[in-house]
Design a protein around this ligand. Structure first.
Ligand code: ADP
Ligand code: MG
Length: 330
């Protein structure tokens, strides 16, 4: 975002890029009052609980400076939808706090297109926000709902449950790598796939909803398996064993990255936004059937047992990854 678009004031900007005509009737969207007043008024469906999450993206930290605006808009919402997916919640509304160094209409065009494309795909209404000047920083809050008492938590895994993961791991990490260093010509196609996985993460919203009542615990993978899985095990008060040779790797990752490095990316790289789930072995077929209906890969990668911590094995032997997940304050 370089050139300023001088004539675009704050209110004109909001009207032009973020305040859209109602796409849905209020009875369906739950939006009693949207953008334009001091706050939004929202109506929850009967017998539900509100599920809320917020995530901030800082340029140069969560995405490289100069990232395509459409990708930034998509990511800002996607990472939040992923948190709702991990709770099994149906997303409904979002607010946007946008801090930008300058007002650039072309950038805003791309950003809002990326954001609204994903919002529309999940029937999410943007109902408010805040617009300020400063280093490029985007906070999106999402609000959704679950039938009373049915939210998927991190704390429900029990000894004997299987650990399963959606999709494939390590792709976004490889994509980030390739977006800063050009791949070899023979792997360029695969690299383009991987870059897309980083730029346009797919929150597993429908699968999260389907997993309600089947999975005993869930979380989304934002900081890498090594960083995130211990949080799930600890919250549930159980230990978990994972066979690293069974981690699901995409064809693109296998093509573009040597095997050892691919495994390390699958273990430690962040930004995949896949779901990790605990499920009683007897219910696994139901969870798998739900994934099949959505054309989503689901792979059992380990099992929970009594104890504490995570044990990694490789071809039956204990394995010390010697890597760690992403921690902003480490
Ligand atoms: P206030 O002064 O009450 O904070 P603002 O002048 O900041 O209100 O915003 C006016 C309206 O526009 C409010 O309804 C607010 O929610 C909405 N809004 C402001 N910025 C954004 C944005 N980036 N995206 C969506 N809605 C926004
Ligand atoms: Mg304000």
């Amino acid at each position: 975002m370089n050139a300023d678009t001088p004539d675009l004031g704050e209110f004109e900007l909001i009207r032009r890029f973020f305040q859209r005509r109602r796409t849905q009737r209020p009875e369906l969207s739950g939006v009693v009052l949207g953008i334009g007043d001091d706050a939004a008024v929202l109506a929850l469906p009967p017998d539900t609980e509100l599920v809320a999450a917020v995530d901030t993206l800082v340029a140069g930290r969560h995405f490289p400076h100069g990232t395509d605006a459409r990708s930034v808009g998509h990511r800002a919402l996607a990472v939040n939808l992923s948190d709702l997916a991990a709770m099994g919640a149906t997303p409904a509304w979002a607010t946007l706090a946008l801090t930008m160094p300058n007002v650039n209409a072309e950038w805003l065009e791309g950003f809002s297109a990326g954001l609204f494309n994903l919002a529309d795909a999940h029937n999410v209404s943007l109902v408010g926000g805040d617009t300020t000047r400063g280093p490029l920083t985007i906070s999106v809050q999402v609000l959704g709902h679950v039938p009373r008492g049915t939210a998927l938590r991190r704390s429900g895994a029990r000894a004997g449950d299987l650990l399963a993961v959606t999709g494939t791991l390590g792709d976004a990490g490889a994509g980030l790598k390739f977006s800063v260093a050009m791949p070899m010509p023979e792997t360029r196609l695969a690299a383009a796939d991987l870059i897309k996985r980083f730029d346009y993460p797919t929150p597993r919203v429908l699968f999260g909803i389907a997993a309600r009542g089947i999975a005993t615990a869930a979380m989304d993978l934002s900081d890498g398996l090594i960083g995130d899985l211990p949080k799930l095990a600890q919250a549930s008060g159980v230990a978990v064993r994972v066979a690293v040779e069974g981690l699901p790797l995409s064809d693109a990752l296998r093509t573009a990255i040597p095997p050892g490095e691919a495994r390390d990316l699958a273990l430690a790289a962040g930004d995949d936004y896949e779901l990790l789930l605990a499920v009683p072995a007897i219910r696994y077929p139901d969870l798998k059937a739900a994934a099949d209906r959505l054309n989503l890969r689901l792979t059992p990668i380990g099992e929970f047992h009594d104890g504490v911590g995570v044990t990694w094995t490789r071809d039956g032997y204990k394995f010390e990854p010697g890597l760690h997940g992403w921690d902003h304050f480490a």
